[in-house]
Write a protein that binds this ligand. Structure first.
Ligand SMILES: [Zn+2]
Length: 211
């Protein structure tokens, strides 16, 4: 027969894993947003990015498994500004109970010329000052979706936003001695990325760099 004290001790040991709740499920439209959720949520969240690494967030066609992922999520994160409009339709179809965050909600969008028309540049996160606004929106959304983990999420979110701010300040300091008309990015991939998406990314305005 098992001594009563030993039995109680083993019951207590069994109770420990049950007390540690599973990570909160979060679905993000694409990898930039998923990375931000991971940085802020840490171990408190498990993140799914719907657009695969070789996919295009502008023209993505959702799969049935994406609908199921949203139905099982506590939080859904979209970019907004028309970049991932397919996600709005998907969330409506899912009719789930997930909290929703539009990461660009507090951003003043920048306008750009495209084919002779004035359009909103949806790639707002490329300006680090907007990156901070994204981080804050995601932090608040995570706290609403998982209030039992608010303290850790708030701390991690504040650290992440501060890190983006420090990077922005570093860019300013580093480029300060170079006159704006002499600034040119030397990384071909960055140049291609900027040309592919906008030809005139928000980062360009921020840094004064030319392509
Ligand atoms: Zn794009």
């Amino acid at each position: 027969m098992i001594p009563r004290r030993a039995l109680l001790a083993s019951l207590a040991a069994l109770a420990v894993p049950a007390a540690a709740a599973a990570p909160a499920k979060v679905v993000a439209s694409f990898s930039v947003l998923a990375d931000m959720v991971r940085e802020i949520g840490g171990d408190e969240v498990s993140v799914t990015s719907l657009v695969p690494p070789d996919g295009d967030a502008h023209t993505y066609e959702p799969r049935p498994s994406d609908l199921r992922a949203i139905q099982g999520a506590k939080l859904v994160v979209t970019n907004g500004l028309g970049l991932d409009a397919w996600m709005d339709r998907l969330i409506d179809s899912a009719a789930g109970g997930a909290t929703r965050v539009v990461a660009s909600a507090e951003v003043s969008p920048r306008r750009m010329s495209e084919g002779g028309r004035q359009v909103v540049d949806p790639h707002a996160w490329q300006d680090p000052r907007n990156g901070v606004l994204y981080a804050r929106a995601i932090t608040e959304g995570l706290i609403r979706a998982a209030p039992d983990r608010a303290e850790r999420i708030r701390g991690q979110g504040a650290r992440y936003a501060a890190a983006i701010g420090e990077t922005d300040a570093w860019i300013e300091r580093t480029l300060a001695p170079v006159p704006p008309d002499k600034r040119k990015p030397l990384i071909p991939g960055l140049k291609a990325l900027m040309a592919r998406h906008t030809g005139d990314a928000a980062w360009q305005r921020k840094s004064g760099a030319s392509t």
